[in-house]
Design a protein around this ligand. Structure first.
Ligand code: SF4
Length: 522
């Protein structure tokens, strides 16, 4: 055998560089379902099922081309598995197959990249790591962009990539005369709500997915989340159907309501394409192209299309660049020195905080919640409680079907928990219950009062918000983006109310954040 091409669970791209010169006469593909990937964080059952099902479909797609695919399939009986991790299974297979070289596209996880290299070194084999062409911007190009800049600003990067790839551009200027339409894209639904929403296209599990769900139920049935109503796309064709459906049905309203939340609505107008994109069942260029076409044909307004393009071409590429620029140190960052555990109800949603219960219901059911549930409800509460950013990232990796290390670390540890001290976000994303009240209808059905910081009905977000600002007062005094919030807390700090807030916050942190939760002012 000449090359053994390793295809990981988030590399299901038939056009990947690793397969460029594939010669069926002398090369083979290697794929493996391994226990470690399902257990190194306590993975949601649907996440495990999604990855394994998409992998098995990709295996079958390659075999249809008469390619040799060595696929390590987990069985229902643990004793029959060949090893717990990639390195062990690969070592056994290389001994048997005797390839001259291992080839892989750049993995999306630094840990996996390292462990494959170590396995190759032990085996005395060359590991050729090829670029991951799925992305618009390579880690090298991002490093060049970042070089010499004092800080990394998404907006600068986004404009640079839009110009470079001529997306929504008109003679060097942004189409519509503006780079962003945020002021049109922050709407709430108002009292009447969104009406009946169709939700993203759902796919009925086929035989392969049903088999995988059986395996997950048998082997990982004690993991969080549920397998009920599995409806994710697991093939390229299904992912393209989902994209078409989103462009047609939801994109026009996506922009204005991308931050809005409503009872029992997990997706609102969001695409739910992230899981398919992140395992490479979809090409981001196709997503961008179809959205731009929708604008050009008048099927969707510019503010929605630009908002969607910004997510894919801007934010997604930006955080991947940050990941490779700062790894491996990035994973250890804990700027605010937070130590608490993720609250117990982040695993099952059993809480009387209506907004958290709502958000968690979607996470438990779908392994998904849209970005405001993630950032301004669950992430907000974790940050206010002082959860260790790495623990929050591990939780995020476990609970969301679209989480891959390069996505999760900058989003969860960085943006959401301010663990990187401002590399991806210039200020911590914290708010009182008032923001949640403004953007949803959750507070109306909650036993707490979003306005109250103290007393029986005090909203935990509001109590913890003032406590957070008080605790980190010294740190944020010099941050110009925090000046208004600092001014507000300054007025409160010497009042009897603040004494009450500190005591109430301490009780909440002790109850929800475990041993490391309570810290003094900084
Ligand atoms: Fe959430 Fe507070 Fe509103 Fe209740 S009152 S839903 S806890 S923000």
């Amino acid at each position: 055998m000449r090359n053994l091409v390793l295809v990981l669970g988030d590399q299901l791209d038939p056009h990947a560089a690793a397969l460029d010169d594939f010669d069926a006469a002398q090369d083979a593909v290697w794929m493996a379902e391994v226990v470690e990937e399902a257990t190194h964080v306590w993975c949601h059952q649907k996440r495990i099922a999604f990855f394994f099902s998409a992998m098995r479909h990709f295996r079958d797609q390659l075999r249809k081309k008469h390619w040799e695919v060595h696929y390590h399939q987990l069985g229902r009986q643990p004793r029959k598995d060949r090893g717990p991790d990639f390195a062990t299974v690969l070592t056994a297979d290389v001994g048997r197959l005797g390839p001259q070289k291992l080839v892989v596209a750049l993995p999306g996880d630094y840990r996996v990249r390292q462990s494959l290299q170590q396995a190759a070194d032990r085996l005395g084999l060359e590991l050729e790591v090829r670029p991951d062409r799925h992305f618009y911007v390579s880690p090298e190009e991002f490093a060049e962009f970042a070089g010499g800049r004092k800080s990394l600003v998404l907006e600068t990067f986004y404009r640079h990539v839009r110009r470079q790839h001529d997306v929504l551009m008109d003679n060097g200027q942004p189409v519509g005369g503006k780079w962003n339409f945020d002021e049109e894209n922050r709407k709430a639904f108002g009292r009447e709500g969104p009406g009946r929403l169709a939700g993203p296209h759902a796919f009925r599990p086929d035989r392969v997915t049903q088999e995988v769900c059986g395996l997950v139920a048998a082997r990982f049935g004690d993991h969080p989340g549920t397998l009920d109503s599995f409806d994710l796309p697991v093939t390229h064709a299904q992912a393209r159907t989902m994209l078409r459906d989103f462009i047609h049905r939801s994109l026009p309203q996506f922009g204005p309501y991308e931050d809005a939340m409503w009872t029992d609505e997990a997706f609102v107008y969001h695409s739910r394409l992230s899981a398919a994109l992140n395992v490479k069942l979809l090409d981001p260029r196709v997503c961008v192209q179809k959205a731009v076409e929708a604008y050009q044909t008048g099927a969707a307004p510019l503010n929605s299309v630009e908002g969607f393009v910004r997510q894919i071409l801007g934010w997604r590429e930006f955080i991947r660049g940050v990941y490779w620029l700062f790894m491996p140190d990035y994973a250890e960052k804990n700027h605010l020195q937070h130590q608490a555990d993720v609250p117990p109800f982040f695993w099952d949603g059993q809480t009387d905080l209506a907004c958290v219960r709502e958000s968690m219901q979607h996470v438990v059911r779908h392994g998904y919640a849209h970005h405001i549930h993630r950032l301004m409800v669950l992430g907000n509460l974790a940050l206010l409680l002082g959860v260790h950013p790495r623990k929050f990232h591990d939780w995020h990796m476990a609970m969301y079907v679209d989480a891959v290390d390069w996505v999760s670390l900058p989003n969860a540890l960085g943006m959401s928990q301010y663990g990187d001290g401002g590399i991806v976000g210039t200020k911590p994303y914290v708010s009182t219950g008032n923001y949640i009240h403004r953007m949803s209808n959750f507070c109306g059905g909650c036993r707490y009062d979003y306005r109250a910081a103290t007393g029986e009905d005090a909203c935990p977000f509001t109590t913890l918000y003032w406590d957070f600002l008080d605790r980190h007062y010294g740190r944020f005094q010099k941050n110009p983006r925090m000046s208004l919030q600092i001014k507000h807390v300054e007025k409160k700090r010497a009042t009897p109310e603040m004494v009450e807030i500190r005591a109430a916050a301490e009780r909440l942190k002790r109850a929800w954040g475990g041993e490391g939760a309570v810290e003094g002012p900084q």
